[in-house]
Ligand binder design. Sequence first.
Ligand SMILES: [Ca+2]
Ligand SMILES: [Ca+2]
Ligand SMILES: [Ca+2]
Length: 117
Amino acid sequence: MKRIVLLATFAFSQAIAVAAQGQPAAMNQGQMDRLDRNRNGAVDQSEYQAFMTSAFVSLDKNKDGGLRSEEVGQILNTQQFAATDANRDGKLTQNEFLNRVMADFKAADRSGDGNLQ
Ligand SMILES: [Ca+2]
Ligand SMILES: [Ca+2]
Ligand SMILES: [Ca+2]
């Protein structure tokens, strides 16, 4: 069960990275490098959060401060959207989005040192 969650969240993060940068490839070393702003070879929580905050803004095409299913239809399926929409109002706020992706970060950080590498 835990393994399935990790795989799903990793795919989710990759999809966000691709969507934000408009490139038709999975998250690769070049994209990891872009997240790694201080070039220490690891992506820490603040780097990841900064990236995801900008991803939220670029995904919010109509600039209403929320993501509706049609805005993220290419990267989230119905189940993933529902899992992220904590208050079930059909819209992802920046808080809901960041809560989800930062939980993904912690899940992906298997060593628990606050860095992804
Ligand atoms: Ca870093
Ligand atoms: Ca929107
Ligand atoms: Ca919501």
